[in-house]
Design a protein around this ligand. Structure first.
Ligand SMILES: [Zn+2]
Length: 112
């Protein structure tokens, strides 16, 4: 009895994994070519307007456009504290707030 239960559990686990992989592939395949989400985005403190344009661009496939890993330079004061960037910091903070919201919506999407 234990052996049968173990096999069924293993089968269920492999089936769940296969289902997730298929759903993942279908998700990306559907949006292949029209998705403009990014793996990484540079937030240049000397050109905050470029990052602002990236943040304000939406994805034709997903709506909210994911910018991936955001890289940016931080300048430091002599005492070691980070110098705030009045234009870039709020943009990055705003992006992450919108990303959190988008992630919550994906989590609750019954189609995924
Ligand atoms: Zn996208």
């Amino acid at each position: 009895m234990y052996v049968v239960t173990g096999r069924l559990t293993d089968l269920r686990r492999r089936l769940d994994k296969a289902e997730r992989e298929l759903a993942d592939r279908a998700w990306h395949a559907n949006f292949n070519g029209i998705c403009n989400c990014r793996e990484e985005t540079d937030a240049n403190p000397n050109r905050p307007q470029d990052f602002e344009a990236e943040v304000n661009t939406s994805c034709p496939a997903h709506g909210f456009r994911r910018l991936g890993k955001i890289t940016h330079f931080t300048f430091f004061n002599r005492d070691g504290t980070a110098k705030p960037h009045p234009k870039l910091d709020p943009l990055i903070k705003s992006y992450y707030a919108r990303l959190d919201q988008a992630n919550r919506e994906v989590t609750h999407d019954p189609h995924i």
